[in-house]
Ligand binder design. Structure first.
Ligand SMILES: C[S@@+](CC[C@H](N)C(=O)[O-])C[C@H]1O[C@@H](n2cnc3c(N)ncnc32)[C@H](O)[C@@H]1O
Length: 293
């Protein structure tokens, strides 16, 4: 317990010195303070005052980072935060760089920043439609989306589709950073409703969410499709057939992340855009359509 209290004193002193924009350091202190709470919770009755202090520190760190996110949210709402400024905020909070495309595995402060800007913690819903081939909700790491923006040249004429769009995080972020039109298709009503309200809250006219099973969705507007392993089995087979059909009339790009990339590699009609072998934890970009071979 003595060690935990010494650490707590050091964390508290450092937290007081941090500048407002020290988001990443505050995330690190927060994680350390949460660990200290865990130790003190099991250290008996005498540790209660220190536990309360550690909990207060957690609350203060969370509040400071929430205030930072709120400032950026206001900037996005007013249009005073430019895409380049948002990008540079994210670049400060990720180890990813366009030149160093390491595997995208762990959560980073950039993920917390985006969650905070969108206030995703407000979501209290749950999936209501069951199917053995659905994959549960998990948000794409921000660095995967940065990788997509850097390595898939998005033009004003493109329309980005997130297939299995969850709470809308990927579609919103890609739109904010690139300006591209974005669509999301989500089968779960509560996820879709949240994403839809988020687009409304930020008054994003070029972002739309459809509540549908991808097998029934109209994909005809899409030029860039993104899939973070949203489903498997017969739903995935049906989606591949549908995308292949779309690619008969126009060039499309398909971006995959997760186990789905290994399935995509087995399809004869999708061609790897960058020649790298696909990996579960890196973004894979594929081309299909008249000019893709
Ligand atoms: C792994 S999450 C990805 C969320 C989001 N695309 C992202 O990258 O942050 C997969 C999402 O696909 C949705 N999903 C699963 N099966 C679906 C289907 N048949 N049609 C539409 N959405 C589906 C799930 O409900 C879940 O929200």
């Amino acid at each position: 317990m003595d060690r935990a209290i010494t650490d707590l004193n050091e964390l508290t002193a450092e937290a007081e010195r941090l500048s407002e924009d020290a988001f990443a350091r505050r995330v690190a202190l927060l994680e350390a303070a949460e660990d200290i709470c865990e130790v003190l919770r099991h250290a008996g009755y005498g540790s209660r005052p220190a536990l309360r202090r550690a909990q207060r520190l957690v609350g203060e760190l969370e509040a400071s980072n929430a205030a930072y996110c709120a400032r950026l949210r206001q900037g996005l709402l007013r249009g005073s935060l430019t895409p380049a400024e948002l990008r540079s905020e994210l670049d400060r909070l990720t180890a990813y760089t366009p030149e160093r495309r390491a595997l995208h595995i762990e959560q980073e402060p950039a993920d917390r920043l985006v969650d905070g800007i969108m206030r995703l913690e407000r979501f209290r819903g749950s999936p209501t439609i069951e199917d053995r081939d659905f994959v549960h909700l998990e948000d794409s790491p921000v660095r995967v989306l940065l990788d997509l923006i850097d390595h898939v040249s998005l033009a004003a004429s493109d329309c980005f589709f997130d297939l299995g769009s969850g709470l809308g995080r990927a579609a919103l972020l890609v739109h904010w950073l690139s300006g591209v039109r974005a669509r999301g298709v989500e089968v779960q009503p509560e996820y879709h409703a949240f994403a839809d309200s988020l687009a409304g809250e930020f008054r994003l006219e070029r972002v739309r969410f459809e509540r549908a099973d991808v097998r029934d969705a109209d994909l005809s507007e899409g030029t860039v499709f993104y899939l973070f392993t949203p489903f498997k089995g017969r739903i995935l087979d049906a989606l591949w057939a549908k995308l292949q059909q779309e690619a008969r009339s126009r060039a499309i790009r398909v971006c995959t992340y997760g186990a789905i990339s290994l399935a995509a590699a087995r399809l004869g009609w999708l061609h790897a855009a960058d020649g790298d072998s696909p990996h579960e934890f890196s973004l894979a970009v594929w081309q299909a359509g008249p000019a893709a071979r």
